[in-house]
Ligand binder design. Structure first.
Ligand SMILES: [Zn+2]
Length: 251
């Protein structure tokens, strides 16, 4: 039974991932998600249902539009696969229940923010603001400590606000401040501190690799929100282990 539910949750992830692609695209082109059928960005041909099956359609079409043969962005199958995998991992972590519903919503919001920041170097408030409201209410409903959530939002948001002020907006953007607050409301104080730590380890490793391979120089802009969203998901899944390890070090 457990395996059946795990499979269903993973398939739901693929389908939700397909929807998230639409959310990202429509936010970018400023059209409504409810606005008609999806179409090819190149030839404007409406996509048939057989072109909308997550991952499978991309493979069947060999990554090209059925009518005009223009390559389809690899973003589409990658987002679908990522959502499927993360939904599966969230199920392993939470089991079946309201906690899982909350985490699937969190993961979905974080995927959208990740892709948007990576591709467009922007973290729109239309994603972070509703996610903040949802995170606050869902966590309080599920019994989280309001003080921990509030402090988490203030500490993480304030951490980026301080850098924003110090660098006069050069190191990070205003969107990172709101994302920091969102992370605090999702994770609470101890876990958001762990997430910031993970984000800096991942970010610094990536930057070192870029510099070493000369793919970037010290002045290159980095979409820092991508590291923050990855770190948030990591801490959602293994945050207790990270905090336990850290407290062990403190002795
Ligand atoms: Zn086309």
């Amino acid at each position: 039974m457990e395996a059946v539910i795990a499979a269903l949750v993973s398939v739901a992830g693929l389908v939700v991932g397909s929807f998230l692609n639409v959310v990202i695209l429509r936010a970018r082109t400023k059209t409504s998600v409810a606005d008609g059928r999806s179409k090819c960005m190149s030839c404007q041909n409406a996509l048939a249902p057989r072109d909308l099956v997550p991952v499978v359609s991309f493979l069947a079409l060999r990554g090209k539009c059925r009518s005009c043969k223009v390559p389809i962005s690899i973003q589409y199958p990658l987002v679908e696969l990522s959502a499927g995998l993360l939904f599966f991992l969230a199920f392993l972590h939470d089991g079946f229940g309201l906690m899982l519903v909350r985490d699937l919503a969190f993961v979905s919001a974080l995927i959208v923010i990740f892709v948007f920041d990576l591709r467009y170097m922007e973290i729109p408030d239309q994603f972070t603001m509703p996610a903040m409201v949802f995170a606050l209410f869902a966590n309080v409903y599920l019994g989280a400590d309001l003080v921990s959530l509030g402090l988490g939002a203030i500490v993480a948001g304030g951490f980026f606000l301080a850098q924003y002020v110090l660098s006069k907006g050069k190191w990070i953007g205003g969107g990172d401040i709101r994302l920091g607050a969102l992370m605090g409301l999702m994770l609470g104080l101890s876990h958001v501190v762990a997430a910031l730590f993970v984000a800096y380890v991942v970010g610094a490793s990536y930057a070192a690799w870029l510099l070493a391979t000369k793919k970037a120089n010290a002045n290159s802009q980095v979409p820092f929100g991508t590291f923050l969203t990855v770190a948030t998901v990591v801490v959602m899944l293994v945050g207790d282990q990270i905090v336990g390890w850290y407290l062990g070090l403190m002795g």
